[in-house]
Design a protein around this ligand. Structure first.
Ligand code: MIG
Length: 676
């Protein structure tokens, strides 16, 4: 049951797809506390009981249980984020409180929301949207899964990626030219490392101009796209939010003429510095500008491209033209003076504060639904509407085909238009753990097509980290190895253990019929592919405490290793389960283990997961790319004491008639006798 409560006059976000009449009664469970006089904001206060767990907040730091920290919903580009970072790239204002009572709460507000979840006071949850105008949706249901499902029905069906986009993707900032891309593909193929796509970072463009191609580096682009396609490879170019300010560049000129760019108070275009140099930001919130920008993707679609990633759309701002001027003036005044230490710190803050500056976010405007709205008030919608711009254009340009699309910034509602990768992580073990813990909360918020940069983006990775991260990444819908400019190369073939990497990656392909089927069912039935243990084993006290194991789909439980030099790990089994230890796509051992605590050895060259009781999953033979995977040659792997049934979903991976019953099949497994 969903109840809507409206405070003040909220700006519409279009996160919600159902119309509800706001309640006239008071919001239950919470106290509404007015904050300091004159501020006109209020906080929602909930007294947490000892046993309450708070799930949710999508893309954010820390645990599956979000208690004990302060989070801010504010799309933020922080490539060296860590445990103490309050905001990441997405803003996902949905939580489920689970304890003596169980309910969900969605705060639909496009500006900053502060979530103090037992930070100021251990047992108090205090939610503060930075303006007094917002919609609240309170969701009650039988359990966490039912609540999450209702929420997803409220916000609409999740984006569905094409099947090929479930293959392994290799990325790097940047592969500089066609030769380098060919080399990457060749190395994968020669070393038997499966691969479905190569991701093109900003250097494929001509001086970082959206919808251009650097002809010198990628001559005859359409032919190159085709050459790759013949090898089973999709190229996935990046699109940045900012449009280079350059006379004669058609995208800029058109935007200028039609007033499609975000403007300052005086009506002139807001100018920021990002990769292309000086840029203007298309007003993605404006219907006309959005339609215009979306249609630009056609240039690449026409050359055979079938997938994109949208970057820098928080939007990230290295500096603004105006603010930079001010900073230089301040610095000028300091130049020949002897600075005391505090003045020196001021100097440092000035310089470091140039990027993603709050003052800048409050200095440009959108033309949204006929109103002029200052950016900071709708900040969290920008990446959402950029991705929507592309998705709506695809719907119009290629209505019968799924196009791969994922974004860096996001807000709930964007999940209908594209997936997200979780932005710039680091090659840190703690970020592997963060990736694991984030999967359920992302799924809860509708982001099913998602994953982190495997191996870590920033900093030099290590071989064992890549192995362990791949061993987890084979389960996440986006399975992309990506790393930053200047860091150690981390393509699988660069390492001594490339044979092991090939085997681990090939396990992804063996499991793909299961993983794709589970993903599709989650998308079509508003379910969660990744769940905390406690969502399925509600009454189990230990399951409620587990922070580093996940249910993945209906049949299996994951117990990834995320610590360096670990030879294995402690695992909690909430019921008897069957351990599966895979060494490659077709080599595995199994063993039934009783409910309880175990220490499980897991070597660097293995993938371990557990099959739940009376569950099974289809297993394919490996392949070098999805196109070569034989979906007709499956075998069932199960743990059956009585009977197991598997609901299999399989389609061609391109078309959109998702609800066609021909895509559904039931597999049954009786006490180890296999019937297909
Ligand atoms: O300021 O395009 O998150 O994946 O490699 C960095 C270069 C811009 C940030 C993205 C990252 C990408 C990088 N981009």
């Amino acid at each position: 049951m969903i109840k809507k409560f409206t405070y003040g006059k909220p700006i519409q976000t279009e996160a919600v797809v159902k119309e509800l009449t706001p309640e006239s009664s008071r919001l239950p469970y919470f106290d509404v506390r007015d904050n300091a006089e004159g501020e006109h904001t209020c906080s929602l206060v909930y007294p947490m009981k000892e046993e309450d767990i708070v799930y949710g907040l999508g893309e954010s730091v820390r645990g599956i249980n979000k208690r004990g920290f302060l989070y801010k919903s504010k799309c933020n580009d922080d490539p060296v984020h860590q445990e103490s970072t309050n905001s990441l790239y997405g803003a996902h204002n949905f939580i489920i409180i689970s304890g003596s009572v169980c309910f969900g709460l969605f705060v639909d507000f496009p500006g900053e929301v502060v979530w103090d979840i037992g930070y100021t006071s251990l047992h108090e949850l205090v939610i503060t949207p930075c303006e007094p105008d917002f919609d609240l949706y309170l969701i009650e249901g039988a359990d966490e899964k039912a609540i999450a499902k209702e929420f997803r029905q409220l916000t609409g069906r999740s984006y569905i990626a094409p099947k090929w986009a479930f293959g392994y993707a290799q990325s790097r900032w940047s592969y500089m030219n066609a030769e380098e891309v060919r080399e990457v593909v060749k190395e994968h193929r020669e070393n038997g490392i499966p691969l479905d796509s190569v991701v093109m970072d900003i250097d494929y463009m001509e001086r970082y101009k959206d919808f251009t191609i650097n002809e010198a580096a990628f001559p005859k682009f359409a032919e190159f796209v085709e050459e790759m396609a013949r090898q089973g490879i999709h190229l996935v170019p990046i699109i940045d939010a900012g449009v280079k300010r350059e006379e004669g560049y058609d995208v800029y000129e058109e935007g200028l003429q039609n007033h499609y760019f975000c403007k300052k108070e005086d009506g002139s275009n807001f100018v920021a510095g990002v990769w292309p140099g000086k840029v203007c930001f298309p007003d993605m919130l404006n219907d006309d500008a959005r339609r215009w920008f979306g249609r630009k993707y056609k240039l690449l679609l026409d050359q055979g491209i079938e997938g994109f990633w949208n970057d820098m759309n928080e939007p990230a701002i290295f500096y603004s033209e105006d603010h930079l001027k001010e900073v230089f003036e301040e610095l000028g005044k300091m130049k020949d003076r002897e600075l005391d230490i505090y003045e020196f710190f001021h100097f440092k803050d000035l310089v470091l504060g140039v990027a993603n500056n709050d003052q800048d976010y409050a200095s440009f405007y959108h033309d949204y639904k006929g109103e002029t709205i200052r950016h900071d008030r709708v900040h969290n919608l920008y990446g959402y509407y950029m991705t929507r711009s592309a998705a709506e254009a695809f719907e119009e340009l290629v209505p019968d085909k799924r196009i791969l699309l994922y974004s860096r910034a996001s807000y709930i509602g964007m999940h209908r238009y594209g997936g997200i990768w979780t932005g710039d992580n680091m090659s840190w073990w703690s970020h592997l753990l963060m990736n694991i813990r984030m999967m359920p909360s992302l799924n809860m918020c509708g982001f099913l097509y998602t994953g982190a940069d495997l191996g870590g983006f920033g900093a030099d990775t290590t071989e064992d980290l890549v192995l362990r991260w791949l061993a987890f990444g084979i389960f996440t819908p986006i399975m992309r190895n990506h790393s930053a400019l200047g860091t150690r190369r981390q393509e699988a073939y660069r390492f001594e253990s490339k044979k092991i990497m090939a085997d681990i990656i090939s396990i992804r392909y063996a499991l793909l019929p299961y993983l794709y089927s589970e993903y599709m069912k989650a998308a079509l039935e508003d379910g969660m592919m990744f769940r905390p243990l406690a969502f399925d084993y509600r009454e189990d006290t230990f399951a409620r405490r587990v922070e580093d194991q996940l249910l993945c789909g209906d049949s299996i439980m994951l117990t990834p290793v995320y610590e360096q030099n670990a030879k294995g790990r402690y695992v909690y089994l909430p019921e008897d389960m069957k351990l599966v230890r895979m060494k490659s796509a077709d080599t595995y051992e199994t063993e039934v283990l009783p409910k309880g605590h175990h220490y499980i050895d897991i070597a660097l060259d293995e993938v371990v997961f557990f099959i739940r009781k009376n569950k099974c999953l289809p297993l394919a033979k490996g392949a070098q790319c999805i196109g070569e995977l034989d979906f007709a040659d499956l075998k069932l792997l199960g743990y059956v004491t009585e009977k197991a049934e598997y609901d299999y979903y399989m389609d061609d991976g391109y078309s959109k008639d998702y609800d066609n019953p021909a895509y559904r099949m039931k597999f049954e497994m009786e006490r180890q006798a296999v019937t297909l």
